[in-house]
Design a protein around this ligand. Structure first.
Ligand code: ATP
Ligand code: MG
Length: 249
């Protein structure tokens, strides 16, 4: 059985229907990437997974818990299993790197003890390859370093699932690779289930166990990279060909 099961999710804002019956299974221990055109509802879909948005119709389960029917206490519990970095989620500029990473420890797990906090923050900084930058401010870091600190913040609670919305957008290709490699390490070394939304189609083909192509409010195509590459869906074809053509320019 899938770790996360999404069934027939519908969501409108006003009279605009964004999700029109999204169904998807997210398998434990895998990397699933969600791709699709801008504005198609990828980020909206993500926010449903941990109950930040409520669907108009449809259901989501995380293991045996129905997220879409959960009361506040249950949702708080469900979220302790997730680490997330939402699109455009910036670090808090007024806080140091250490305070940024420690934030979910306090807010999600209620850990306030200073030694334990410092130990966990240090461990995460080592893990992302940026030891010793505890006291720095986000403004002193490069874009790639900030993204990595964002990953550390998402992982510090030792979640089972990492949700990552557009981890590489705005980074140069080399830094983008560093972040993609980090997602693979998270998946392999920490054995986390990863769900990643990305515009980087080539990376999605390289790192994914499963790709879901969201189009006009539905999962138009899903499968292994090999299966999706063979899809005859016209929009999927266009999307893939465009992104691979860029290589030859
Ligand atoms: N809270 C909201 N209220 C009203 N409309 C919203 C809200 N959140 C998202 N939308 C609309 O839903 C649509 C889908 O948005 P979403 O952010 O999910 O797109 P996306 O697929 O993530 O795009 P991108 O690739 O550009 O990030 C957009 O038209 C957006 O304006
Ligand atoms: Mg988005």
């Amino acid at each position: 059985m899938s770790l996360i099961r999404v069934e027939n999710l519908h969501k409108s804002f006003g009279s605009t229907e964004i999700l029109r019956g999204v169904s998807l299974g997210i398998e434990e221990g895998e990397i699933t990437t969600i791709i699709g055109q801008s504005g198609t509802g990828k980020s909206v879909f993500f926010k449903h997974l941990i109950g930040i948005l409520k669907p108009d119709q449809g259901r989501i389960w995380f293991r045996d818990t129905e997220v879409t029917a959960a009361d506040t206490t249950t949702l708080v519990e469900v979220r302790t299993h997730f680490g997330y970095a939402f699109q455009g989620a910036a670090l808090f500029d007024s806080m140091s790197v250490a305070e940024n990473i420690a934030f979910p420890l306090r807010e999600v797990l209620g850990i306030k003890e200073r030694k334990e906090t410092a130990r966990r923050v240090g461990e995460m900084l080592d893990w992302i390859g940026l030891p010793g930058i505890e006291k720095k401010r986000p403004a002193e870091l490069s874009g790639g370093m900030r993204k990595r600190v964002g990953v550390a913040r998402a992982l510090v609670t030792k979640p089972e699932v990492l949700l990552f919305d557009e981890p590489t957008t705005g980074l140069d290709p080399v830094l983008g690779e560093t972040i993609n490699d980090l997602v693979v390490r998270v998946n392999k070394e920490l054995e986390l289930t990863c769900v990643v939304i990305t515009h980087d189609i080539q990376a999605s083909f390289r790192i994914s166990d499963k790709i879901a192509f969201l189009h006009e409010g539905l999962v138009a195509v899903e499968g292994t990279p090999r299966e999706v590459a063979r899809s005859t869906h016209p929009i999927v074809r266009k999307f893939i060909e465009n992104s691979f053509n860029e290589l030859e320019v």
